[in-house]
Design a protein around this ligand. Structure first.
Ligand code: FRU
Length: 448
């Protein structure tokens, strides 16, 4: 099964992107997957590959529960390459009290988590029976981390060793990070921990740390970050950070940004593309399945850049190129996907099939109340902070996801949508430019 542009669940449920890597000539994107129903349950790793970040091919399930440690799920993790082999690190969970009426969930949060590793020669085949190793057993020392809520290993090559960061919580119930180090990829020793500032949630999921020319970045998904509003509490944020390999200390900047101001994207994970750009992808939380029974998709790959202390998320240039066929009306859009380029004047509104985008002074506001099923846990209105660099919008429309890149990624607002109508309304229609997918190169799609 192949897909263009946005990668979507092949069927049933997906959540976080995992093990994102360019390996032996192609991109591998693994993901959290419940293969039986369109809802979260016992986690497997699904797998998709791509040569260009644009055309994706689903490859089925690569990791499934098979050991005591991952009996109840293969949770999130990451990949690295060493001497021609692909290594996956992930969290295995073991429930102490599975719900007798639904073995795919756990009662009273009674479970333990360990960190596991599995390697592959070709990145395609993984030996679930003989290839798995527990590299970090459940953390029993309370002063270090939480035996239940410690997970999502992100690994990277440092100057003289391999490093791993895990999301966790401390004894005071504050989100924290644990750092480990290894010389050989199998034996990992504990290095250090940091606890987040108060008000940054009770557990930090899916940490990702990387260096860029303009500054080093930490991505985290704190649980309980926006607590008490009656809507989704867990949100992905990013900030500048500095990790000291010797001591394992990490300094965090005082200011932070949302990864995306539509607040639907979660658990972003990054990797380097084949040209050395830092690219990130994230999971779109969807309140209900789409017709056909699938639920969950990923945003377009975004290049991360830091300039003057600000973190930019720009559409990957190869993905931008996919939307290169100019059209004059939305009816001509291929597969319901198109791109709108427009400069919004102050107080101007653009309506995309019922989804509204408005500029109010130096803020961009979105309103999806007309194209979103009424679900209380999800907001319908969003806004950016004040933008500094103009009013240029580059909008990527998919039948279930609208991504608005403002000033080439100064901020991004992405919203899940349902049942968009095929029309654009705006005082500015004359000034907007429309594109859809380029013409297909048939040889790349032989399998369809
Ligand atoms: C984030 C998360 C991770 C965990 C995975 C389980 O969405 O909760 O922390 O590893 O999903 O599916």
């Amino acid at each position: 099964m192949t897909q263009r542009g946005h990668l979507k669940a092949p069927a049933n449920w997906i959540n976080d992107p995992n093990g994102f890597i360019y390996f032996k000539g192609q991109y591998h994107l693994f993901y959290q997957h419940f293969p039986y129903e369109p809802r979260w349950g016992t986690m497997h790793w699904g797998h998709a590959v791509s040569r260009d970040l644009v055309n994706w091919e689903h490859k089925g399930i690569v990791l499934f529960p098979s050991k005591y440690g991952d009996q109840n799920g293969c949770f999130s993790g990451s990949a690295l390459e060493h001497e021609g082999r692909l290594y996956l690190y992930y969290t295995g969970v073991h429930y102490h009290r599975p719900d007798p009426e639904d073995i795919h969930s756990c009662l009273d949060d009674a479970f333990e988590s360990c960190q596991m590793m599995i390697a592959s020669e070709d990145g395609m085949r993984f030996d679930n029976r003989n290839g798995k190793h527990v590299v970090i057993p459940p953390v029993l020392e309370k002063q270090i981390g939480d035996v239940t809520h410690t997970r999502d290993p992100k690994v990277w090559r440092g100057r003289d060793a391999w490093y791993m960061v895990l999301g966790s919580r401390d004894m005071a119930g504050v989100g924290s990070l644990l750092f480990y180090k290894s010389k050989n990829l199998t034996d990992w020793s504990y290095l250090n921990r940091i606890a987040g500032p108060k008000g940054f949630g009770w557990m930090w999921e899916c940490p990702d740390y990387f260096e860029t020319e303009g500054g080093n970045v930490l991505l985290i998904s704190p649980m309980g970050f926006l607590k008490g509003r009656g809507t989704e509490e867990n949100h992905a944020i990013c900030m500048l950070a500095d990790f000291d390999e010797k001591s394992g200390a990490m300094k965090l900047a005082d200011s932070w940004q949302f990864f995306d101001y539509g607040l639907d994207l979660y658990a972003p994970q990054s990797t380097l593309d084949q040209d050395g750009r830092r690219v990130v992808i994230a999971w779109l939380r969807m309140p209900k399945p789409v017709e056909g029974g699938w639920r969950g998709m990923f945003c377009l790959p975004r290049v991360v850049e830091v300039k003057n202390g600000h973190i930019y998320f720009r559409v990957h240039p190869d993905v931008k190129r996919l939307y290169s066929k100019e059209i004059t009306s939305v009816a001509e859009a291929r597969e319901g996907c198109y791109r709108i380029c427009i400069e919004l004047a102050d107080q101007e509104t653009l309506e995309i099939g019922g989804f509204r985008i408005r500029r109010d002074g130096d803020r961009i506001r979105t309103d999806r109340s007309k194209v979103f099923p009424g679900q209380k846990q999800f907001d319908v209105r969003f806004e950016t902070p004040a933008v500094c660099e103009g009013n240029r919008l580059d909008i990527y429309v998919d039948p279930n996801l609208i991504e608005i890149y403002i000033n080439d990624g100064e901020y991004v607002v992405s919203n899940a949508v349902y049942g968009l109508r095929q029309e654009l309304c705006s005082g500015t229609t004359g000034r907007l430019k429309l594109y859809t997918f380029e013409d297909r190169k048939t040889e790349e799609f032989e399998e369809e």
